[in-house]
Design a protein around this ligand. Sequence first.
Ligand code: HAM
Length: 417
Amino acid sequence: MQTIRGFRDILPETIGLWQKVEKEAAHLFEAFGFKEIRIPVLEKTELFARSIGEATDIVEKEMYTFSDRNEDKLTLRPEATASIVRSYVQHKMYASDPVRKFFMIGPMFRRERPQKGRYRQFYQIDAEVFGIESAYIDSQMIFILNELFKRLGLAELSAHINSLGCPECRPKFQASLLQFLESKKERLCENCLRRMDKNPLRILDCKVLECKEALTDAPATLDHLCPACMNHFETVKRTLSEQGVDFIVDRSLVRGLDYYTRTAWEIQTTTLGAQSAVAGGGRYDGLVAELGGPPTPGIGFAIGFDRLVEVMEQITPPLEKSLDLFIVSLGDTAVEKAYLWSCDLNRNGVSTELDFRGKSMKALMKRADKLKAKYVLIAGENELAQNRVLLRNMTTTEQVSLTIEHLVPELIGIIKK
Ligand code: HAM
């Protein structure tokens, strides 16, 4: 049996980096006032269709959707924002305090063509803020991403930012875009032509080379922003500069989901080939109302956890966990004693291994080496007959003889020193 295409195991050998990122992220989110939220993996299909947009790649061709036994249409979540907004509205969180900050870490599912950095089950670290319209929060979200990447030792990432405008300025932009698209009609792919009426903005995100070339001079949202959106974006840029966060204004960045308004961004790397976006996010001031809540601004981002780890693997040597103590026990009495000591040591936070298979001293010492044990405790029959054991420091090769009377506390004292 094998995993299905695009799905993979994350094995203990690589889990160290995942844990390091999780720890750093949770720590940082907490300091910035975010609370963890856990949401279901499965939701009604309608939730994603309405929020991400019917005419997006995700909704049109990438979702894992099926009918439940009672004919409900369900979908494995392709992202977290829609579910977190659903939760905010469902639990009427806006009533007691509209300002909420959440983060979550977990798997998402998209049926894309698998390649390096692109999987059908992948993981995201997601953060969302509700109830704050101020541009400072836009800067803060990008600042948090920047800070997290810095703490993880990643410097070669750049933030691409754009403003997608609001319902006030969007219609004017769309009119100018449609006019432009009409003039390029012969060069656009079928998918783009189909989307012209439904969702012309999506065409700007088309990955087909021919379309990309035809669209190089396409109008940009930045040239059509209303004064309020312009001001908002200026504040984002100014504060990011003041905070020393490098960014590039990317007039062609539109993101692949429909809910965005105003600031949108991606963090890109040049080291992952085609899959350059390590994180993406933006403002979605209309989404809470769209899903039945009161008009409430929202903003968030998601980091592609798999991609982040792949970038880190290129610069960090694998984190190898070493063992505190290996117990070499020779003979049945010694094995039983070793077993009892090891449980006692483990629950006191000393990682311990032993062998139950009656192997020779030589084989056991070899295993201790393989496990990178910092100390080896040798409980041979001769030593035990005198109620003593030997403790060897594997770094210095120094050896001490200890009595077994208060062995566990004594070992804890030495090893945890
Ligand atoms: P997104 O750009 O679709 O945004 O995904 C965010 C990140 O998830 C991407 O930048 C990428 O690193 C990673 N990612 C996406 N698809 C895959 C895949 N198939 N395999 C591996 N990694 C992948 C969102 O999902 C929005 N919900 C972000 C957001 C939160 N906007 C506001 N709040």
